[in-house]
Ligand binder design. Structure first.
Ligand SMILES: [Ca+2]
Ligand SMILES: [Ca+2]
Ligand SMILES: [Ca+2]
Length: 138
């Protein structure tokens, strides 16, 4: 007999329709419940790492943004696109480029400020580099 630890009797459904996911214990749940970070199967099989790619990356791997695959962490930001969507190269602080009308703060390559904020006597960069190279005018 099929039963769950929560004490709810679950009848084994032999025919999960195509829009359903079958838990390992035989229960059918709506497909969109699968991998939604909530255990809907009493045995948690709808959130099983083997079933859900987002949770299935090994500790030394990263997940591509589209959830398509795991790639080794060292492939991230190696300037070669390994994810089909290029997400492994998208979030690389080192190669972050400020646009042409922006100033890149010296100590933080991810900090961009409008060029007009340079030398306005207000420190906008965390390290103050936007005010550092200004000829002093009084
Ligand atoms: Ca779920
Ligand atoms: Ca890469
Ligand atoms: Ca400034």
């Amino acid at each position: 007999m099929a039963s769950t630890s929560r004490g709810i009797l679950v009848l084994r459904e032999n025919n999960c329709t195509s829009d359903k996911f079958r838990c390992k214990n035989g229960r059918c749940i709506p497909k969109h419940w699968k991998c939604d970070q909530e255990k809907d199967c009493s045995d948690g099989s709808d959130e099983d790492p083997d079933v859900c790619h987002p949770l299935g990356c090994k500790p030394n791997e990263i997940m591509c943004a589209n959830g398509d695959r795991c790639i080794p962490k060292k492939w991230q930001c190696d300037t070669e696109i390994d994810c089909p969507d290029g997400s492994d190269e998208a979030a690389c602080g080192e190669v972050h480029v400020c646009s042409a009308d922006e100033f890149t703060c010296k100590n933080s390559t991810t900090d961009c400020i409008p060029l007009s904020w340079m030398c306005d006597l207000n420190q906008d960069c965390f390290d103050g580099s936007d005010e550092a190279g200004c000829s002093k005018q009084t």
